[in-house]
Design a protein around this ligand. Structure first.
Ligand SMILES: [Zn+2]
Length: 202
């Protein structure tokens, strides 16, 4: 049975030997769908350890891998899950969230006017004062100098053609795009479940 005290009380935990400084709060669980693909890439589906343990006891997920550290209650010791898989398949959403990170990712972290990877900002292709909306189709990554130069004009008015017309990407398109841009922190037990082409530091 689920031990409520496990998550409701202040949890003590054994500090893992190799990594004593890390706090339990930095032990999120990677959440996989029932087909063992990540529930979401952007943002990466991560649950706080409390949520993960609760889901384990509610039998909604299975533990795939665990951290070294444990949580304790008076009646139970348990390793903190690092990877969990849903028992019931959830249909992934077709479109990713409209976030700053995802717009940068769609645009490969490069200015859509000159290609620069530096000082990136967001440009309203059709300026807001001309009725331009803040949408996938009207926001493009632009470096600060290009953004300034373009000012309140359309690309045609400014004679600054876009490299690519902005689109609303599908989750799949963004995932493909994202292979070269993994998040900064990936726990080693997550690697087998993610498809970022990256060599992680050890
Ligand atoms: Zn630029």
């Amino acid at each position: 049975m689920f031990k409520a005290e496990l998550i409701d009380q202040v949890a003590r935990f054994r500090r893992s030997e190799g990594d004593p400084a890390r706090a339990l709060t930095s032990c999120p669980a990677l959440v996989l769908n029932a087909d063992f693909t990540p529930l979401s890439y952007y943002p990466l589906s991560l649950w706080p350890w409390q949520t993960a343990i609760k889901a384990v006891f509610l039998e909604r997920v299975d533990i795939v891998a665990s951290y070294d550290r444990e949580v304790h209650s008076p009646t139970l010791d348990m390793k903190v899950p690092s990877v969990i898989a849903l028992r019931q398949y959830v249909r992934p959403s077709e479109f990713p969230a409209f976030t700053r990170f995802n717009v940068f990712l769609r645009d490969r972290f490069a200015c859509q006017y000159c290609g620069s990877p530096h000082h990136l900002t967001f440009d309203h292709v059709v300026p807001r004062r001309l009725g331009g909306k803040t949408t996938w189709e009207n926001v493009a990554t632009a470096c600060a100098p290009c953004n300034m130069k373009k000012g309140g004009r359309t690309p045609a008015q400014a004679r600054m053609p876009l490299a690519v017309e902005p689109i609303r990407p599908t989750s799949w398109q963004l995932q493909e795009r994202g292979r070269r841009f993994p998040p900064n922190h990936l726990h080693e037990t997550w690697r087998d479940w993610l498809y970022w082409d990256v060599e992680l530091d050890t």
